[in-house]
Design a protein. Structure first.
Length: 302
């Protein structure tokens, strides 16, 4: 399928993040495509041993052993056993079609963050689905992240037309709906105990689509989340907090001076310390009455 050649709207190109390119002048979409191609060539060179795919593919057993890198690395692997690299070609072609304009709108840094996070969440969705259906098989491929980019494109420009086989113009939102149906229906069949043929990671696709939908719907930004990250604050949240003190506005209004008897001050200190250590419910009726009367008597002293 191809995209019609039309001028992009000026306000989309002038996003707040801008289109940041690498020193080579490549867009982030081009950089990701090049990385995927390089990894595919390495897969091809090591296909006899399969070590590269073995250590980078997404697998439930690997995650159980703490190999969390698999949630990202599987996203750069593709099927090499076919005669032609159709798996790689389709994913990269779709990434090229949808990714260029999405990157123009959101900026290169945001696009990279979105793409990587979409891959991680797609992988998590695939693993959870495998546990639900008791079929935690391994997975490879960038499809989950790529369809997430497609959904973002479709939600921003739903009436844009892509051409099927370069002939039939179809609004991209309809194509996105067809793609979603082609993934959801096999998952429903699998739930009913009648899985169809093939080894397509439908759950990863649906996970990517869901993330792309929520990303646009709620205006999420990955880079904003990272910029607001306060590592010191995060560490402090695990530290033991100091013991809280009870705040008693009426008692704090009083002025501790010579007009307040020393024995009253001492008893107030003891009662407040008791509240701090044991809580306000630990007070006796007499102590509560003492606090009330003392507060009323000395609240207006200057």
């Amino acid at each position: 399928m191809g995209i019609d050649n039309r001028r992009y709207m000026a306000d989309d190109a002038a996003s707040s993040w801008g289109r940041r390119r690498s020193q080579s002048g490549w867009s982030m979409v081009t950089t990701l495509i090049v990385i995927n191609v390089i990894v595919f060539l390495l897969q091809t060179l090591t296909w006899r041993t399969g070590l590269l795919e073995y250590w980078l593919r997404l697998s439930f057993d690997g995650l159980l052993h703490g190999q969390i890198w698999r949630l990202t690395t599987y996203d750069f692997l593709h099927q090499t056993s076919e005669g032609l690299p159709l798996h790689l070609l389709f994913n990269m072609w779709l990434l090229y079609l949808a990714g260029r304009r999405v990157e123009d709108k959101y900026g290169s840094n945001e696009f990279l963050g979105f793409y990587l996070l979409a891959g991680v969440l797609s992988g998590i969705g695939f693993i959870l689905w495998g546990l639900l259906t008791r079929n935690p098989s391994p997975a490879i491929g960038a499809s989950g992240a790529v369809v997430a980019v497609m959904i973002v494109y479709a939600m921003n420009w739903p009436h844009e037309r892509w051409y099927i086989w370069g002939i039939l113009p179809v609004p991209v939102m309809i194509l996105a709906g067809i793609a979603a149906a082609l993934d959801i229906l096999p998952m429903l069949r699998e739930l009913s105990g009648n899985p169809g043929p093939g080894h397509v990671a439908h759950a990863a696709h649906v996970g990517g689509m869901l993330f792309g939908f929520l990303y646009v719907k709620f205006g999420w930004r990955v880079t904003t989340l990272l910029e607001s990250w306060d590592s010191k604050k995060w560490k402090r949240s695990f530290q033991r907090r100091p013991q809280l003190k009870v705040h008693h506005p009426e008692l704090e209004k009083r002025t501790i001076d010579e007009d307040v008897p020393k024995e009253v001050e001492n008893r107030l200190d003891r009662i407040l310390q008791k509240i701090s250590l044991e809580g306000e419910k630990s007070l006796t009726d007499e102590e509560r009455h003492f606090l009330t009367e003392t507060s009323r008597r000395y609240r207006n002293r200057k």
